[in-house]
Design a protein around this ligand. Structure first.
Ligand code: UDP
Length: 498
């Protein structure tokens, strides 16, 4: 990577690196990127955070941007189009449109914005570097064109990132694509991904492998985005070495610099002067219902199962009812996040059997959006029924809460396999949505001492990694120093040129 001189600096000025952040426009991508932006702002960096107009609009209604600007005077939000009309749902059933549209339509505005940011008093003073989402490789194209270093931030686990690097091999070996049960033996072991032989079965491969054609645009999208990542200066992962050291070391064959910074929320607690002021801690895109915290306060330790399928997954009515019956029949109190846009079909939640309603009034609490990190840290929580999104998985590990996994798409199938098979901190119920299974798994999870033991152990490792001297703590310092060196290199070559 050629380093572009920062012509504004002179040798006697302190170096203030300017980092531009570009997350993919969805909750699970914006949140970790914003945590990182806050951490680097805390280190004194100038930061420009580029959202889609849609996300920016929602953020403005949910977080106090003025407070954030007061805390970090060198931080600014900017926004660009994602190419979709404002009334587009942008949820799981239409996520492909968002992926393709963001790739094709954001590029020009992003480039113009960068050029604009670099033009200061008639001189070209480009940002020090760009930290771009690992599925927005057009940022790498543009960064190369403008000779600005770019670091790619993949919001997946290391294991899943490694799996995505093998999609082409999986296709060549005839393992992928497949359409699901009936088409192939879903329990067949996958042997062509080094380090994961014997771990992943067909059903554990990323959701995008369940397609008709190998040339499906979605599968090809992820193959291309993943192949572009090693062109970046380095890669950031929201994971920690104690959890994924062997996969991180395998990724070393693609990247010379790997910054494992997870769990980012833990790093924030360590580095930030006032963690409670974290902007990215608050409900970013939805208004949180804090009533559920008071509801939890009335429950004994480890007695409640928390249920949430993240920001994108939607349920059809049959699935909704299976979960509802399973939860009620388990006899355990439950706190359930049911987003207003998460039920597909017209009848939605309106017609619910009376016995479910009555049992929910007795021992359930349903909210539109919860303060998830706070919920998971609450002593009343004993288990998490999750869709296995990577943020949720890591938050659960950090809080020491065992999981029941019901993955739907993207990286979720891989994550749930790691939870159940590699780390043994939960159960995987993928491809099954039956009330009897749910009822049994909820009871087993809440009563299993063995799982609680391994969950506690990983939570301890997660906390150690973000403490002073821990691996993620040191990697953040390394990232800060590396960005400063990039900035300094620009400064030195600039003064040599003058
Ligand atoms: N989340 C939340 N409140 C909720 C549900 C989810 O704050 O009621 C947050 C959760 O803490 C996590 C993110 O939304 O950080 C979801 O990200 P994840 O990667 O788990 O799933 P995605 O939404 O991307 O599918």
């Amino acid at each position: 990577m050629v380093l572009r001189p920062n012509r504004s600096s002179t040798m006697d000025q302190p170096v203030v690196p300017h980092v531009v952040f570009l997350p993919f426009p969805a909750q699970g991508h914006v949140k970790p990127m914003l945590m990182l932006a806050e951490l680097l702002s805390q280190a004194g960096f100038e930061a420009t955070f580029i959202n889609s107009n849609h996300i920016q609009h929602r953020l403005e209604h949910s977080i106090n941007i003025a407070t954030m600007y007061r805390r970090f005077p060198k931080f600014q939000f900017r926004s660009v189009t994602d190419g979709l009309p404002s009334d587009h749902p942008r949820s799981s059933s239409s996520i492909v449109q968002l992926l393709i549209s963001a790739r094709d339509e954001t590029r020009t505005e992003f480039r113009n914005l960068l050029v604009n940011l670099g033009q200061k008093n008639g001189r070209w003073e480009p940002p020090t570097c760009i930290i771009a989402d690992g599925i927005m490789s057009f940022a790498i194209d543009i960064a190369e064109e403008l000779t600005i270093p770019v670091i790619t931030f993949r919001t997946f686990s290391a294991c899943c990132t490694w799996t995505y690097f093998h999609l082409t091999k999986l296709i060549e070996q005839g393992e992928v694509p497949f359409q699901g049960p009936g088409d192939v033996d879903m329990d067949k072991t996958i042997t062509c991904i080094p380090g994961l032989e014997g771990t992943l079965r067909c059903r554990d491969l990323p959701g995008i492998c369940r397609l008709k054609e190998a040339n499906d645009p979605l599968l090809q999208f992820f193959i291309k985005e993943t192949a572009a990542m090693p062109r970046a200066y380095g890669v950031i992962l929201n994971t920690f070495d104690g959890l994924e050291a062997s996969m991180v070391s395998k990724l070393g064959s693609f990247f010379s610099k790997i910054y494992t910074l997870g769990p980012l929320q833990g790093l924030f607690d360590t580095f930030a002067k006032s963690p409670s002021a974290r902007t990215s801690f608050n409900g970013l895109l939805w208004k949180e219902d804090r009533g559920c915290i008071s509801w939890l306060d009335f429950h004994p330790s480890r007695s409640v199962i928390y249920v949430s399928f993240g920001s994108l997954v939607c349920l059809v009515r049959d699935q909704l009812l299976e979960f509802w019956h399973g939860l009620v029949n388990s006899g355990k109190p439950f706190l359930w996040v049911l987003r207003s846009d998460s039920i597909l079909g017209e009848d939605g939640v309106s017609e619910v059997p009376l016995e479910l309603k009555a049992a929910t009034e007795e021992r359930g609490c349903i909210v539109d959006w919860a303060p998830q990190e706070e919920v998971l840290a609450h002593p009343a929580i004993g288990g998490f029924l999750t869709h296995s999104g990577w943020n949720s998985t890591l938050e659960s590990i950090f809080a020491g809460v065992p999981m029941i996994c019901w993955p739907m798409f993207a990286d979720q199938q891989v994550n749930s396999r790691c939870v159940s098979e590699l780390w043994k901190i939960g159960f995987d119920m993928k491809d099954k949505c039956e009330r009897a299974v749910i009822e049994k798994l909820v009871r087993d999870l809440m009563e299993s001492d063995e799982i609680v033991k391994s969950t506690d152990e990983f939570a301890r490792m997660a906390r150690d990694s973000v403490k002073e001297g821990g691996s993620s703590y040191s990697n953040l310092q390394k990232l800060i120093e590396d960005i400063k060196s990039i900035s300094l290199a620009g400064k030195v070559s600039s003064s040599n040129a003058e």
